[in-house]
Design a protein around this ligand. Structure first.
Ligand code: C5P
Length: 408
């Protein structure tokens, strides 16, 4: 049962190969997946929703509203529920609609709301498959990060023979299994650098400028990457929380932003993925006092501050092909827009946005409410309130999907 607990949306459009989708559905269920079938109106002409509902154990979603109750079918909820969407068969028409966003049926609205990776198994006649329009549309989908499965040569429904057949259900199942197993072992042999916690900027030998960061998100990330086979270097600022970490995580303790930069510089060159989760102080005292500053009956005093280096931006400049840099953003307003700006300024491949000022999310909390924004296409994936470990899982999955997409 290699797909145990996986949530899959199976989209079926109107091609003769739709009869094979029943077999694919059975194979997915047999491997332990939970499958929600979404059909286009013409898909229903080729295989009945009753068959697919019986095999999946769930009512098929096809209309925007349930006919009997008028209840709205939420494609947004489906996007949050699913770990993978497979469109099989994907006809020339559905591929064209996916490529251009013609959202006139439930399958396309589900695709446009998909936060999960999407796989398509094209199925059409050889001339349609060879047509420059179809080629262009498939290229667009690939560029958008969609996994386009092969369409082998063979006998077609028209009686002709050539390229355009849908992959056999068993082969699609293999591709699905490969996809999930790549996500699971994706970090073996990889080095991941994580920065976490606050920094302390000395005012004098006993005082400092700091912040409330606990480092908990960085601990969760380090533990998650390590459990998926990565070698992890955690560059950790001074936090009172004692991390419970696998022995394989190398912890480098640092105090100030300058210490953190030095340690990151020592470890960045070798890493495949760097996640900057630390709350680095933006400024430090320009001239920290060598001895304790006396009160001396002053009513006011000022400390001149100088800007700290931006560690994430500096590593963004040094990034080589194949390295993935991920940053965090804590925003009070215009979150996604500001996060995209940050992604560009710091040459990041992904930004994890968390809200500011929430009790159950962000600084010090054990839970978080994150939005993952990735290149290309700046797709924003908003997740519900989750434990920081579950957030770490989602972040690790998204990074793995990003590096898989880069290889294609
Ligand atoms: O610009 P801002 O501080 O909002 O950016 C946050 C992101 O940049 C986080 O990933 C944080 O770890 C990183 N950062 C850094 N060095 C700094 C400031 C922020 O690495 N001096």
């Amino acid at each position: 049962m290699t797909l145990q607990g996986r949530h899959i949306v199976l989209g079926i459009s109107g091609g003769i190969a739709a009869y094979k989708s029943a077999t694919l559905l059975r194979l997915l269920i047999k491997e332990g997946a939970e499958v929600q079938v979404v059909m286009t109106p013409s898909g229903k002409e080729f295989i009945t929703p009753a068959t697919m509902a019986a095999l999946s154990g769930k009512p098929v979603v096809s209309e925007f509203f349930a006919a009997n109750t008028g209840e709205w079918h939420s494609h947004v909820d489906l996007g949050l529920w699913a770990d993978l969407m497979i469109v099989a068969p994907a006809t020339a028409c559905t591929i064209a609609k996916m490529a251009t966003g013609v959202a006139d049926n439930m399958l396309i609205t589900t695709y446009l709301s998909a936060k999960e990776p999407v796989m398509v198994a094209p199925a059409m006649d050889l001339d349609m498959f060879a047509h420059p329009t179809t080629r262009r549309n498939l290229e667009t989908l690939r560029g958008d990060g969609v996994i386009v499965l092969d369409s082998p040569s063979g006998e077609l429904a028209s009686g002709l023979s050539g390229k355009g057949r849908m992959l056999e259900p068993e082969q699609i199942l293999e591709a699905v299994k490969r996809h999930f197993s790549a996500l699971q072992q994706d970090y073996s042999g990889k080095r991941v650098l994580v920065t976490a916690g606050p920094t302390r900027e000395s005012i004098d030998p006993v005082r400092y400028i700091g912040n409330h960061s606990s480092g908990k998100m960085g601990f969760a990330l380090s533990a998650e990457f390590a459990s998926r086979g990565a070698e992890v270097d955690l560059i950790l600022g001074p936090t009172p929380v004692t991390p419970e970490l696998p022995a394989t995580v190398r912890v480098h303790r640092v105090e100030s932003a300058l210490d953190m930069l030095k340690s990151v510089e020592e470890n960045y060159g070798e890493c495949d993925v760097a996640v900057f989760a630390a709350a680095v102080a933006d400024y430090r005292p320009l001239h920290p006092a060598e001895t304790k500053i006396k009160r001396e009956k002053r009513e006011t005093m000022s400390i001149e501050l100088v800007s700290n280096p931006d560690i994430a931006a500096e590593m963004g400049r040094r990034k080589r092909t194949g390295q993935i840099n991920v940053g965090f953003a804590l925003e009070t307003d215009n979150g996604v827009e500001n996060a995209i700006g940050k992604m560009q300024r710091k040459n990041l491949d992904m930004v994890v946005l968390n809200p500011a000022g929430n009790k159950d999310a962000g600084f010090n909390a054990d839970t978080n409410r994150i939005t993952i924004i990735t290149t290309p296409g700046n797709k924003a994936r908003e997740l519900p309130l989750l434990s920081k470990r579950d957030c770490a899982k989602a972040i690790a999955d998204s990074i793995a999907a990003l590096s898989e997409a880069a290889k294609r």
